[in-house]
Design a protein around this ligand. Structure first.
Ligand code: NDP
Length: 328
């Protein structure tokens, strides 16, 4: 089967030569192991951080090893007592067509409920990120205003919709008119500001005339700065991501003083450190999707070999909704 390994570490922008496609033999299963055929691979911004050899909340991706990644797939062979061929599981199967697992960390999926791919997005890690940041950090009251950046993306799209279900006002920030139109018309946000239109501060002021009570931050830099400028006293910030800086670009902030002036509470979080919340959150997200009350959009690239290009696109905003690679 085929897999993609990290060939070298990028200094700034990710390039195709940082990856290498390899063909490897399917290993014999040992007792307690199972073999999974991966149907979809999830591409996520955190993978950029793992490509660096830097101290962070997680260890770096090893050179020459299969790139880390969340997958959903079908068990095709098993010597594990709890898993049988034909079952579907979510796993950290990596950038590969197949994965061997000892069962640790696997999540069995009910393939009859929501589509398989959604378990990597709105009913998976990104959905839980939105759920956790909104419910456990921002915890806004009905009528309060939340502002979310990368609003058309996997996490952001869920944040605004869940906020609306709580009775909040949801303001998005996204790149380009097409994404902004989608966020308002399809996802039901109250407004969405195009940060590429060159009028971010004034447009945000018009979109949030009563100020912002909660920021769900995915981008950092100027985008975060503009939202901070509109905060009300005692606003909260769920600091989820700062994608504008992942390729090494500076993400300057001028409004740091507002953290003090507006007595803001800011908390960064890593969703995989809160696994105790996942059963409750995933059940809620799954039910909302099944009922048609939580919408999602996907960008799907075809075949493992397309993963590097799709990943580079994700870091440049070429994806529109959850970025996936279809492997089967
Ligand atoms: P998305 O589906 O939102 O895709 C990334 C989007 O980020 C792009 O489509 C683009 O949207 C935007 N973007 C990319 N580069 C820039 C840039 N230079 N400036 C501004 N926007 C940019 O990805 P996810 O929903 O998976 O992730 C969103 C954020 O959440 C990321 O920062 C990620 O690291 C973070 N995250 C954090 C987790 C945690 O536990 N803390 C868990 C999961 C995700 P546009 O075209 O609108 O600019």
């Amino acid at each position: 089967y085929q897999r993609i390994v990290l060939a070298s570490r990028p200094q700034a922008e990710v390039k195709p030569e940082h990856f290498r496609l390899e063909t490897v033999a399917v290993p014999e299963l040992a007792d307690g192991q199972l073999l999974i055929r991966n149907h979809y691979l999830s591409l996520d911004p955190y993978m950029r951080g793992r490509m660096n050899d830097a101290r962070s909340y997680a260890a770096p991706q090893a050179l020459g090893e299969t790139m880390i990644g969340g997958t959903v797939g079908e068990v095709v062979a098993s010597r594990h007592p709890s898993f049988a061929p034909g079952e579907f599981v979510a796993a950290m199967g990596g950038w590969a067509e197949m994965a061997v697992s000892d069962g640790a960390g696997l999540r069995k999926l009910d393939a009859s409920g929501v589509p398989l791919s959604a378990h990597l997005g709105v009913v998976g890690m990104p959905g839980m990120t939105a759920w956790y940041g909104l419910n456990r950090i921002l915890d806004l009251q009905p009528g309060q205003t939340v502002c979310v950046s990368a609003a058309s993306g996997a996490v952001g799209s869920a944040v605004g919709q869940l906020a609306k279900l709580r009775g909040c006002r949801a303001i998005g920030i996204a790149g380009g008119q097409e994404k902004c139109d989608h966020v308002v018309r399809e996802l039901g946000f109250d407004a969405c500001v195009d940060y590429k239109a060159g009028n971010l501060r004034a447009d945000l002021k018009a979109a949030a005339p009563d100020g912002i009570d909660g920021i769900f931050e995915n981008v950092g830099g100027e985008v975060f700065d503009a939202a901070l400028a509109r905060t009300n006293p005692f606003a909260r910030v769920a600091l989820c991501g700062m994608i504008a800086g992942y390729d090494g670009a500076d993400i300057p902030m001028r409004n740091v003083r507002l953290l003090l002036a507006n007595r803001i509470t800011l908390r960064g979080f890593i969703v995989t450190e809160h696994l105790d919340c996942w059963p409750e959150g995933l059940a809620e997200l799954g039910a909302l999707v099944a009922a048609g009350r939580l919408k999602y959009r996907e960008t799907v690239s075809q075949g493992l070999a397309s993963a590097p290009e799709a990943f580079m696109g994700l870091l440049k905003g070429r994806n529109f909704g959850k970025q996936l690679v279809k492997l089967v």
